[in-house]
Design a protein around this ligand. Sequence first.
Ligand SMILES: Cc1cc2nc3c(=O)[nH]c(=O)nc-3n(C[C@H](O)[C@H](O)[C@H](O)COP(=O)(O)OP(=O)(O)OC[C@H]3O[C@@H](n4cnc5c(N)ncnc54)[C@H](O)[C@@H]3O)c2cc1C
Length: 470
Amino acid sequence: MATSLDRKAWLKQAHAMDFDVHIIGGGLAGSEAAWQLARRGFKVRLSEMRGSGGSTDAHQTDGLAELVCSNSFRSDDDEKNAVGLLHHEMRRLDSLIMRAGEVARVPAGSAMAVDRDVFSAEVQKALENHPNVTVVRERVDELPASGMTIVATGPLTAPSLAQSIVKVTGEDRLAFFDAIAPIVHRESINMDVCWMAARWDKGTSEGGGKDYINCPMTKEQYLAFHQGLLDAEKGEFKEWEANTPYFEGCMPIEVMAERGVETLRFGPMKPVGLDNPHWATPEHPNGRWAYAVVQLRQDNKLGTLWNMVGFQTKMKYAEQVRLFRTIPGLENAEFARLGGMHRNTFINSPVLLDRQLRLKGAEHIRFAGQVTGCEGYVESSAIGLMAGMMAATELAGREWTSPPRTSAFGALLAHVTGDAEAETYQPMNINFGLFPPLHDVNKKSRKEAYTARGKADFGEWLAGLEALPA
Ligand SMILES: Cc1cc2nc3c(=O)[nH]c(=O)nc-3n(C[C@H](O)[C@H](O)[C@H](O)COP(=O)(O)OP(=O)(O)OC[C@H]3O[C@@H](n4cnc5c(N)ncnc54)[C@H](O)[C@@H]3O)c2cc1C
């Protein structure tokens, strides 16, 4: 694998190939990245395997930017909603996905939903008609050894290319299945019931190694919770997902519950070594062990998001909320993400990528879209947009300035490129838990405060950007 190339040699090489950037994958991220480069005058080769005989298990057409499931870009409310704020910022950067979305828009209340065929046709028309874009229907099987490249092959990356990625990044840095445990906003956890501690006090964090938030359960509560897991409605694996094995360590919590009433108490809900100070007595001044414990571990550097350790699940979302709120201390839990398990190819971006989405040690390659471990149509497109802008900035010989951490782009990008915990890295939607917290604002008006701060800071960043070639 070639490592960083001298920039001039690299550009020369790319021009000899008649394009400046090779984008692999004509989905949402790849299409958006191509647009951002093309409109700034850079030539793009966009390789898409659909249309050349290849496909994925989820795509149905050969159209660029096909929406594989729902037709919704979720909330378009840019005053109270994090994904709505991301829409707003994408529009300000002339996003092709947002532009085509407007043309294809269908009524959906405060959400943005689209006619999927019109949407895909609009994206394809814009790119095929652009003089700087060449759409090539081909499957790419190897990471290119040189030339500026953006890999945007999505959650269902062709296995041949996935193998090539593994060769460069290592086996344990590319996942083929996500195993998502729910993530809770820290401020919604009741610390009058929960407490911070590591098992046997063997923690590593500052302040005495109190690494985990622990939720205690009595025997009665545990048995009711166990029964709740058995009874809860579960989602089905899609036919093509059913044979993708999950590792023993990523087993859904409800499958563990089915193995026996004690299995969880000897697994993720093990209570030993965890003195609950809320249950202290004169004979037990340090507190007592609970019958079972649910542990939450810090999930981002800001400390705003905490994941429920070992709680990956296929339960339906409404069931998760209902059942997990029966856990002592989580009665009012607000979830930044609910659990899930899907076929999903993604790299461990926080360790593999630099802040500009470049693969460390092979900086001619950027990753974009869901393969970076963001989640969702809008987030994938947004990371594609950023990758396109970053590549354009580099080709123009300019310094890249990251969008502010307080903006939706900045929050998502920071999470993917280093702020998320690498060890527990799993796909993530945009949400306010990724933003620097605003503790001094009344809870009721906090969402408005996040969006107002984000818009103001993003506007300043945009105004300060040195204009790239148009
Ligand atoms: C089954 C399923 C359902 C989903 N449903 C939703 C949903 O309802 N809402 C939501 O917000 N998100 C959903 N997602 C998540 C995600 O947002 C979408 O998958 C989104 O399309 C990701 O965008 P992307 O550009 O990263 O990847 P994609 O849109 O998948 O684009 C990747 C492209 O790369 C091509 N490709 C792959 N390998 C190669 C190769 N080697 N050479 C050339 N081309 C290649 C593929 O054909 C594809 O066109 C879903 C994901 C899956 C798998």
